[in-house]
Design a protein. Structure first.
Length: 56
């Protein structure tokens, strides 16, 4: 799942398998903690490298 932060503009991604590990932090910006705006879903996006992988 691909997200963009409405506050700081960071782009980040979460794998759906991380929902249990991240809990309430799933979908939140790793930089500022704001709820991210979902920009895409799927196995891979053409601009995948532009998104920071969040896994903890």
């Amino acid at each position: 799942m691909y997200y963009r932060c409405p506050d700081c503009g960071a782009r980040f991604k979460h794998e759906t398998g991380a929902i249990a590990d991240l809990g309430d932090r799933f979908g939140r910006c790793p930089d500022c903690g704001q709820e991210g705006v979902l920009t895409g879903e799927g196995p891979a996006s053409p601009d995948d490298a532009d998104y920071e992988e969040v896994d903890e």
